[in-house]
Design a protein around this ligand. Sequence first.
Ligand code: HEC
Ligand code: HEC
Length: 240
Amino acid sequence: MNGPRTALLLLATLAAGCARTSSPGGADRPVPADRVLDFATLYGQNCAGCHGADGQFGPAPPLNDPLFLALVPDTDLAMIIAEGRPETPMPAFSRDAGGTLTDDQVQALADGLKARWKAERPAAPTPAYSAAEGHGDRARGQRVFDRACATCHGKDGLGGDGKVGPIHEPAFLALISDQALRRFVITGRRDLKMPNFAGKEGRPSDFQPLTSEDVADVVALLADWRRTSGTGRPDSQRTH
Ligand code: HEC
Ligand code: HEC
C-alpha cells in the first residue's frame, strides 16, 4: 500500500513540470500541442501517470470503472478536469485555472472518458455520486464500518491481516477529498479487489448493499479520523 501512495505524492510534485515539457510545439510536430484533440494522446500525456495507462492500477482513483462512469455526471467530469480538486494531488488543467489545456481539450478528455471506457450500472439501486453537504453521521458511520469495511481494513481502519492496507492513516487521509472517499465506498476498486457498495466479497453473509445514507455516514467517520489524526487540514473545502 505504501507504494502507490508514495508514487502519488511524487507524481503530484512532478505534475506541473511534466505538463510543461510536453508542449514545446517543435517543427517536427504535425499538430501544435494546443490543437491536439485526440483522447489517447491527451490522456497519455496528462493523466496516465496518476490514473494508470488504461485508466486503472494507478495511484489515483481508476477512471476506467464501469460504475464510476455510469454515476458521474458529464458536467462534473469536465469541471473536475478543468479545475482539479483543490487540496488534493488532482491538478487543474484549464488555462483559466492555471493549467496547460484549452477548453476544447478539457472537453475532449471529458467526452473521451465515457467513449473510451464502458459505463455500466449494477442491478441494485445505486447511491448518488455526490452527497448533499454535511449529512453523514459519524456514530452511524462506525456501525457501517464495522459491518462493511472492518473485515478487510481492520478494526477502526488500522489495518487488517496484512493483505489490505490501513486507511486510518494521517498521510493518506490528508491527501484525499470526502468526494473521493465517497466514490471509493460506492465503486470499490475493481482493479485492486476492493468490493463495491453491493459486493459481498469479504463481508458478513447477511450483508445488504449500502444506501446513499450509509455511504455518507461512513465518509463522515473517515472525515472525523482525518480531523482527529493530527496532520489533517480543515474540512471546509473538501466536499467537492
Ligand atoms: C498528479 C496526479 C494526477 C494527475 C496528473 C491527474 N489526476 Fe485526476 N485525480 C488525481 C487524484 C489524486 C484524484 C482524487 C482527488 C480527490 O481526493 O478527490 C483525482 C481525481 C480525478 C477525477 C475524479 C474521480 C472521482 O472518483 O470522482 C477525475 C474525473 C480525474 N481525476 C480526471 C483526470 C484527468 C482526465 C486527468 C488528465 C487530464 C487527470 N485526472 C490527471 C490525481 C491526478
Ligand atoms: C474485501 C475486502 C475489502 C472491503 C470489505 C473493503 N475494502 Fe477498502 N480496499 C480493499 C483493498 C484490497 C484496497 C486496495 C488498497 C489496499 O490494498 O489497501 C482497498 C482500498 C481502499 C481505500 C483506498 C483507495 C486507494 O486507492 O488507496 C479506501 C478509502 C477504502 N478501501 C475504504 C473502504 C471502506 C470505507 C470500506 C467499507 C465501506 C471498504 N474499504 C471495504 C479491500 C476492501
